[in-house]
Design a protein around this ligand. Sequence first.
Ligand code: ADP
Ligand code: MG
Length: 389
Amino acid sequence: MNLHEYQSKALFAEYGVPVPEGRVAQSPNEAARAASLLGGGLWVVKAQVHAGGRGKAGGVKLAKSVAEVEAHAKGMLGTRLVTHQSGAEGLPVDHVYVEAGSDIARELYLSLLVDRGAEQIAIMASAAGGVDIEEVAAKTPEKIFTVHVHPAAGLQDFQCRRLGFGLGLDKPEQAELARILRALVRLMHECDAGLVEINPLIVTGDGRVVALDAKINIEENALYRQQRLAGMRDAAQEDERERRAREHDLNYVSLDGNIACMVNGAGLAMATMDLIQLHGGEPANFLDVGGGATAERVEEAFNIILTNANVKAILVNIFGGIVRCDLIAEGVVAAVRKADVRVPVVVRLEGTNVGQGKQLLAESGLKIIAADGLTDAASKAVELAGGGS
Ligand code: ADP
Ligand code: MG
């Protein structure tokens, strides 16, 4: 689960990571009041969306008067901001963050993430901050410094020095960085964060180190013990289908293709997507209805899939190990009937009671295409979808 910049910065402040003073606002009026309360003569109005790249997309604007703050807020609130990370539809701007303008001497990059391969927290830092870090990683990887934090030993002084030195910081700045790194490692652990990214981390004209941007991702599976953070969820920023799926305990991930998949078991779902691609198609989603799929869940899964206008064919691939194929077939028939499915549905069933399941599909009178085996199912689905996206 992603947090907004303003929420992440509030957490930073709690942990002692320096951030500019700021206030969140939901109306132009509120934004103007926030600017007055902050005082000073330079503000930045920042659209709060779950995507980076706001600066280039017009979602971060400098203001030199309260009236200008109000005007920028008015221009952003209620619109959708499209950035290179947001997808073509963009994300709704329901909040803006009004922040005191900082005096930037240098822009650095800093992130902490769970490195699953190493089973440790990895800290990455680069003097090439403010810009696209993916580009730095691709073109000049030597400009990124990485250290791993051993869970038992914790962050070591020499590691802080290595990063500070790599960033070209002077002694007092290095001490400040070390303090920030310790705070962020603690935050990662205590908040069950999977990612903390600060781009840019700045050095100010007077030598302070400050987090100017903030992105935090909280591990979804840990939210049960992070009630306060769970309360910060902003559903408006999330994929509507993914949200609905979560409510029904379905594992769903939106993708860009046009063949919807409905599969039981994550491994089988991955294999199904691979086969669709192998046959020249593009999956519209990953969907694992779970080992204990019931007719109701199959029906809900159909409803979610069908809200995606890109879908040109549906591929149902169920292995009846724990579930029975006849029950799944009933669910599919009921769902196709109820949901007024207009696109072809290819069904591959295998396992317990597969004969009865296939018979139910055949006798339903619906436009359901039975497939024998996974390859047959995938190639039929790709063909019916018109050869992929
Ligand atoms: P994004 O990464 O989504 O583009 P950032 O928060 O990184 O958004 O802001 C983009 C750029 O805007 C920063 O690199 C920085 O140059 C400038 N900026 C952001 N916040 C401030 C601030 N409080 N004071 C001065 N400049 C800022
Ligand atoms: Mg940024």
